[in-house]
Design a protein around this ligand. Structure first.
Ligand SMILES: [Ca+2]
Ligand SMILES: [Ca+2]
Ligand SMILES: [Ca+2]
Length: 402
């Protein structure tokens, strides 16, 4: 995923010049010859935000399964899918958080237990990672720095795999974690049958290598257990001047009322606009007032998506992070507008979706509260073809005098 750091915007709005101001009248200077600028939709969130709704998308279908596709031998475990709707035809999707657990195992009888396996991976460099993890003190820690890019086909960790010097009984898993853009799903990263395959998952005692303590070659149904994170909760709600609203008194907020300096972990909380009819639009621009306190420390971010078919399918138009500081002001990156003209497609029923994602440790340590994302005034404007009214008007005028 590519992200823009909004440092300049922080500086620009450090004065709070925009905070609490009524929204400027939606632009009227866009009209060209024979075109009229039209406001297709506007809501300042101060009247209950009719038609807006939110959903917790953090629960996701399991993707780990046994497959012959690109298998090491006959069958392998694969975190990926064959998908004819994707340009690449196979691979992985955005925001996947997929785990493959080795059943809890007692290693107290082993002198020097080792984890070894065969594997192949392909995922976006620096943003989508495959981890090998074991519980230490009850919390999963990474045994590898995270695989990204391409493994160059199947590899074998070999005899000197990962020493299991962590909790006993031992909890060990593979975990693939993708961010919100650049994957096979959106076609921006074309993996070679990514994200991650594993096979011949083995735990053995280095002093007695002939008798594995655990072995899963995926050939007879498999012993490992695919898991996904549970739902993390929907934290979008309308607030009354927690920070000064862009337009007082109300705005949306994805944050935690009980402690406004944190945002809970593992969120995938989506806020949806009502369906907006843009069927007459020649051009179409989405504008919105956003105030984000999403520090740039790890992979917490927010993503914009739009639908032109009433919410059935969405196109990602960008993922961002940035911290404007507590109530410091409203970002102009939404107000400057997202030009959706190139996305206009039948049936031209626009839905805007703003999704807030957080990582395992959520967001914390924000100064003074207001962590998370605020959304206020949102509107859609654009040009429509000017209606040629003269003939019909003349017809009506003449009819009056007949
Ligand atoms: Ca990605
Ligand atoms: Ca196999
Ligand atoms: Ca408002």
């Amino acid at each position: 995923m590519k992200k823009l750091l909004i440092v300049l915007a922080i500086l620009a709005f450090a004065t709070g010049a925009w905070a609490g101001k009524e929204v400027a009248t939606p632009a009227t200077d866009m009209a060209g010859p024979n075109r009229a600028n039209t406001l297709f939709y506007f809501d300042d969130m101060d009247s209950g935000a009719p038609g807006w709704w939110s959903a917790d998308l953090s629960a996701q279908p399991s993707q780990w399964h046994i497959d012959t596709y690109y298998a090491f031998d006959t069958n392998s475990w694969w975190c990926g899918q064959i998908n004819a709707a994707w340009a690449s035809g196979d691979g992985y999707g955005n925001s996947w958080d997929q785990r493959l657990n080795i059943p809890t195992i007692d290693l107290s009888g082993a002198g020097y237990p080792i984890l070894t396996f065969k594997y192949r991976y392909d995922s976006e460099v620096a943003y989508d990672y495959s981890y090998v993890q074991a519980k230490s003190g009850g919390v999963y820690v990474d045994l590898n720095p995270g695989y990204d890019g391409s493994s160059g086909g199947w590899q074998d960790i070999g005899l000197y795999g990962f020493p299991l010097v962590y909790d006993n009984p031992a909890d060990i898993r593979f975990r693939f974690l993708a961010d919100g853009a650049w994957s096979d799903e959106d076609g921006l990263y074309d993996s070679d049958a990514g994200a991650l395959h594993v096979d011949d998952v083995t735990i053995f005692d280095f002093y007695a290598p002939g008798t594995p303590l655990f072995f899963d070659d995926a050939e007879t149904g498999g012993l490992c257990i695919p898991t996904v994170p549970g739902a993390s909760g929907d934290f979008w709600h309308i607030v009354d001047r927690l920070c000064p609203a862009f337009s007082d008194p109300n705005s949306w907020w994805c944050g935690e009322d009980s402690d406004t300096t944190v945002v809970p972990p593992n969120l995938a909380d989506a806020l949806y606009s009502p369906v907006i009819d843009v069927s007459s639009a020649l051009t179409c621009t989405l504008r919105f007032a956003l105030n984000s306190q999403v520090p740039t420390v790890d992979n917490d971010y927010y993503n914009y998506r739009v639908s032109m078919d009433g919410g059935a399918t969405f196109t990602s138009i960008g993922s961002w992070w940035g911290d404007f500081g507590i109530c410091a002001g409203w970002s102009n990156n939404g107000l400057n507008g997202e030009d959706l003209t190139a996305l206009l497609a039948a049936p031209r029923q626009l839905v805007f979706r703003l999704t807030h994602y957080t990582t395992d440790n959520g967001i914390s340590g924000t100064a003074g509260g207001g962590a998370g994302i605020f959304l206020d005034d949102t509107w859609v404007e654009g040009e429509v073809e000017e209606v040629p009214v003269e003939d019909s008007s003349w017809g009506r005028v003449k009819a009056m005098y007949r």
